[in-house]
Design a protein around this ligand. Structure first.
Ligand code: ZN
Length: 323
């Protein structure tokens, strides 16, 4: 039996699938524009089509399993997608069961942050590292924690939701309903919202000017900051500090070796990372701080595929190597 997994990434505007070997080689990559208008079953058909096509080309079925990574709230252990921000109409979809019925191979479902943490630890910046925190700076703040080689999952697989740690009891309201979450400072949607407030209160003429007739997005705020706009720079600096407050607590709790930073907004680079790095020592104990390195993701655009495959291998360790 070949030791490969079939990985599916439902996170973007395309469904992506590939066979991934246990040593991290991506083979028989397939992609198709997500059939969002067709509803749940159209997308299931797409996944099955990409999979069968890749299996044919590969010459055998990946009996080890199929891993699916999806954004948004889901119940990994039950294999249910509660809601998917990029897939309209997806509510309480029993994706694991539906795919297993069609493919006759075990399917594991994981959220993007937890899978990415596994992917980085197996194939990326955290190879041979047993203690790491992964952060994805994107529209939200995705995350996953690997502690002593184990993914922090909790009773229902909902653990590791680092982005929704509140760092200010009087802070801004988050999309999750809580107050003062790190995501409400540093998520792309939050950066955009703080940018809108700065533009409307006339603290920043440049944000309004760069946005023109268009929407104020996190990218617009980043462009304004890179042009030297004080209000925009402050939005990122405040986000970087909020991140340091929450991550400082985790550094004390888990004593990690690595913090791996990925996600699209990581391109805002020093705007966030400089205030994050410089304020982190204020929010954790010095000996724990001295052990942690902050590094960029090594998986980038293939984070979803690697994460989905890593989740399969994590759930089914290789008996010879234990990996
Ligand atoms: Zn929240």
């Amino acid at each position: 039996m070949s030791d490969v997994a079939f990985a599916v990434d439902l996170g973007g505007t395309n469904v992506r699938g590939a066979i991934v070997t246990r040593d991290g080689e991506i083979q028989h990559y397939r992609t198709a524009r997500t059939a969002v208008r067709g509803g749940v079953y159209a997308i299931i058909d797409q996944i099955v089509g990409l999979a069968e096509d890749a299996f044919d080309e590969h010459g055998e079925r990946p009996e080890t399993g199929v891993g699916v990574v999806a954004p948004g709230p889901l119940e990994p252990k039950a294999g249910i997608v509660r809601f998917a921000p990029n897939l309209p109409g997806w509510e309480n979809v029993p994706l694991k069961r539906l795919l297993e019925e069609r493919l006759n191979i075990p399917v594991v479902l994981g959220n993007d942050g937890n899978c990415a943490a596994l992917g980085e630890s197996m194939f990326g910046a955290g190879r041979n590292v047993d203690n790491l925190i992964y952060l994805a700076l994107g529209t939200g703040l995705g995350a996953g924690i690997i502690h002593q080689g184990q993914l922090i999952e909790g009773i229902a697989g909902l653990g590791g939701e680092v982005g929704h740690i509140s760092v200010d009891g009087n802070g801004p309201r988050c999309t999750c309903g809580a107050v003062g979450c790190m995501e409400a400072y540093i998520g792309g949607w939050a950066i955009a919202r703080h940018g809108e407030l700065a533009a409307h209160s006339e603290r920043s003429a440049m944000i309004r000017e760069i946005a023109g007739e268009g929407r104020i997005t996190a990218e617009v705020v980043a462009d304004a900051a890179l042009e030297g706009d004080r209000a925009a720079i402050d939005i990122f600096a405040r986000g970087g500090r909020a991140l340091a407050v929450g991550i400082g607590g985790l550094v004390n709790v888990f004593n990690p070796e690595l913090i791996v930073i990925g996600g699209g907004l990581a391109r805002a680079g020093d705007l966030i990372m400089e205030p994050f790095r410089s304020s982190l020592p204020n929010y954790c104990m010095l000996p724990a701080y001295q052990h942690v390195a902050i590094v960029p993701s090594a998986l980038e655009t293939n984070t979803g595929l690697y994460g989905a495959a890593a989740n399969v291998f994590y759930q089914q360790p290789n008996e010879q190597t234990g990996m």
